[in-house]
Design a protein around this ligand. Structure first.
Ligand SMILES: NC(=O)c1ccc[n+]([C@@H]2O[C@H](COP(=O)([O-])OP(=O)(O)OC[C@H]3O[C@@H](n4cnc5c(N)ncnc54)[C@H](OP(=O)(O)O)[C@@H]3O)[C@@H](O)[C@H]2O)c1
Length: 226
């Protein structure tokens, strides 16, 4: 994801100040001088950016949140699988900087979240809800962060979540609502991972310069307070 974000930064109107990763993708040792624009840690960046876009693992995100808060950098993160203390690190950072964390930056998924909220409001007779999430076998967390967000959008219903890991599937989600005598299904299929990177970049443009606080993808996409 980091490489996709870096690759799309220019066409999204960003000046890319650096890519941070503990390892260089080519296997070269990193000494902090920024070969190919890659740096081994945030503190090695030559300039403090307006926005940091994070797709790492939860420990990386918690550390990035503290660094962003200390340096006044707006934080967009798509990292999933956060524990309570890692989510608390985002809350703490949001007291000082704008933070937008979303488990899925695809516009289609975020529209699905909005549609589900509306469906739950319109259909009080829903008796059961189910979510299926299918992802590639390399994905570390299950259920997916998107499945958990879909479940939250169905509140107060508590859906069963069936998580499957198959081949190289980018990300498929299916939500089923059962009603007396009928069912309603919504499906989303991610075909190209670039949608997440492009969405995160668009969210970054929207977030930069906003007041400190926690923001969601719905705030960005629909101007809605979630
Ligand atoms: N929200 C969305 O739309 C969306 C879309 C796709 C993926 N994701 C999520 O984004 C995250 C990354 O996905 P990915 O597919 O890019 O995973 P990946 O290929 O495993 O990349 C993870 C990156 O994080 C770096 N990293 C890991 N731990 C770190 C730490 N403690 N400090 C600094 N850097 C660290 C790794 O590099 P080094 O080991 O070299 O540091 C690597 O570059 C996952 O949580 C995934 O579920 C979200």
């Amino acid at each position: 994801m980091g490489r996709l974000v870096a690759g799309l930064a220019d066409e999204s109107g960003f000046e890319l100040l650096g890519v941070v990763s503990r390892h260089h993708p080519g296997g070269a040792a990193m000494d902090g001088s920024g070969q190919d624009g890659w740096y081994p840690g945030l503190e090695a960046l030559p300039t403090v950016p307006d926005v940091l876009i994070d797709f790492t693992l939860p420990a990386g995100l918690a550390a990035a949140a503290r660094w962003c808060a200390d340096h006044g950098v707006a934080l967009v993160s798509g990292t999933t699988g956060l524990e309570a203390n890692q989510s608390a690190a985002l809350d703490q950072a949001a007291e000082r900087i704008p933070v937008l964390h979303a488990p899925n930056f695809s516009p289609g998924v975020n529209a699905t979240l909005a549609l589900l909220r509306a469906a739950v409001r319109m259909l009080p007779e829903v008796s059961a809800t189910h979510i299926t999430d299918v992802h590639h076998v390399h994905k570390k967390d299950a259920p997916s962060g998107t499945a958990l967000a879909l479940a939250a959008a169905l509140a107060p219903h508590q859906p069963e979540i069936d998580s499957r890991r198959e081949g190289e599937v980018v990300g498929d989600h299916r939500v089923l609502l059962e009603l007396p005598g009928e069912t309603l299904a919504l499906e989303h299929h991610a075909i190209d991972r670039a949608i997440f990177a492009r969405g995160a970049l668009l969210a970054g443009r929207w977030l930069a310069g906003r007041p400190a606080g926690r923001y969601t993808a719905l705030d960005w996409i629909a101007g809605e307070d979630a």
